[in-house]
Design a protein around this ligand. Sequence first.
Ligand code: F3S
Length: 81
Amino acid sequence: MHYVIVDKDTCIACGACGCAAPDIFGYDEDGTSHVLLDDNQGTKEIPEAQIDDVIDACEGCPTESIKMSGTPFNGDPAKEE
Ligand code: F3S
């Protein structure tokens, strides 16, 4: 589990992920979240020091919009599903 992406279709802009992992998640103008590492493409590996925070964010997202994988998403949140 070293790559992360936000599914913009299901994110409800609750804001929890940015609190759990402020170095990883930023917000668009509409409040929905994106991964700062790679413009939400899920292609850049999460830095080791941030992984626990990202897992917390993933578990805390009410809509399960944060996807993690051991392989890159290449911009597609549904890749693992
Ligand atoms: Fe969206 Fe989930 Fe974050 S709803 S703002 S991805 S905690």
